[in-house]
Design a protein around this ligand. Structure first.
Ligand SMILES: NC(=O)c1ccc[n+]([C@@H]2O[C@H](COP(=O)([O-])OP(=O)(O)OC[C@H]3O[C@@H](n4cnc5c(N)ncnc54)[C@H](OP(=O)(O)O)[C@@H]3O)[C@@H](O)[C@H]2O)c1
Length: 282
């Protein structure tokens, strides 16, 4: 595996094995510049969302990039207020426009149970999914998937879905490896994307990880990202610091031993946990 490697999704499309996260990045030139740098050092996959409010800045970086559009992979997500057929259809067009793209590579339902649809989330997701499937037919989106879905959300979606989700993007790092969601998603051939692979910065507080990193002569970030790749996940590290952009993709020249992977598995609950999607306030 190297930085150009790709996983094959269950719909046949390919996806780069590591992506660049953009949550909490402003919609301005600083984000455009950092994404240009990410593409320059070898990232080919950018993860944004309508709610991040930075699709324009991301789109500008894609436009400025010397890398051909077909060699880049762009993900964005449907926000929680838009879970009706008509609203989802409109949200897809709005994202395409803000990103200045003809096609989105991957479009996700961001959360399964928004507060606005708590009484009928199953129907809301089915409606949004229908709009997404039609957008695939129309050539506006290549692949569709979900985020923060637990097994019961997946089961409900599959009752009416024509197409199965290709990914489930969830909170995943050694502090919370979400074994049940992982097992269920994998049983359906749904790829796990690891969001907050560095625990939104919390992972750096784990002393044991620091010692392991020293053993491999790697950074704590590189250890956590390598752990994710060796689990078969697709990590989405975010950084708004220029010097860290290259560090976070420099994870393909070493292997964590099985024993040390197990030690990392035991770091559970030391740097945060996934939130329960059925209890969110948004
Ligand atoms: N689907 C969802 O619901 C969802 C939820 C959360 C996140 N995500 C996606 O997953 C991406 C990553 O998750 P995340 O944003 O929570 O954070 P993360 O990647 O787990 O961690 C980012 C934090 O770690 C710091 N950092 C990054 N690289 C570092 C390094 N090499 N050394 C030291 N510190 C480093 C960053 O600081 P600086 O930026 O200051 O460098 C930032 O504070 C998001 O950006 C987003 O694309 C999706």
């Amino acid at each position: 595996m190297n930085k150009n490697s790709r996983y094959t999704l269950n719909d046949g499309h390919q996806i780069p094995v590591i992506g660049f996260g953009t949550w909490q990045m402003p919609n301005d030139e600083s984000t455009t510049k950092i994404i240009e740098e990410a593409i320059h050092v070898g990232y080919r996959h950018i993860d944004t969302a309508a709610i991040y409010g930075n699709e324009e800045a991301v789109g500008q970086a894609i436009k400025n990039s010397p890398v051909k559009r077909e060699d880049l992979f762009i993900t964005t997500k449907l926000w929680n207020t838009e879970h009706t057929y008509a609203k989802a259809k409109q949200a897809i067009d709005t994202s395409l426009e803000k990103l200045q793209l003809d096609t989105i590579d991957l479009y996700l339902i961001h959360w399964p149970n928004p507060i606005d649809y708590r009484e009928n989330w199953q129907e809301a997701n089915a409606q949004a999914w229908k709009a997404m499937e039609e957008a695939v037919q129309a050539g506006k989106i290549k692949s569709i998937g979900v985020s923060n879905f637990m097994p019961h959300h997946l089961t409900a979606l599959l009752e009416t879905a024509q197409q199965k989700p290709v990914v489930n993007q969830i909170y995943l790092n050694p502090s919370d490896a979400q074994p049940e969601v992982v097992k269920y998603s994998q049983s359906l051939d749904i790829l796990l994307e690891a969001y907050s692979p560095l625990g939104t910065g919390e992972i750096f507080k784990i002393n044991e990880l620091q010692s392991l990193a020293e053993k491999y002569n790697k950074s704590v970030a590189q250890m956590a990202l390598r752990w994710s790749l060796q689990k078969g996940f697709l990590p989405l590290p975010k950084t708004h610091t220029l010097s860290r952009v290259a560090e976070n993709i420099d994870v393909f020249d070493f292997e964590i031993s099985m024993e040390d992977m197990k030690q990392m598995d035991r770091l559970k609950d030391q740097a945060g946990q996934a939130i329960n999607p059925d209890e969110t306030t948004f």
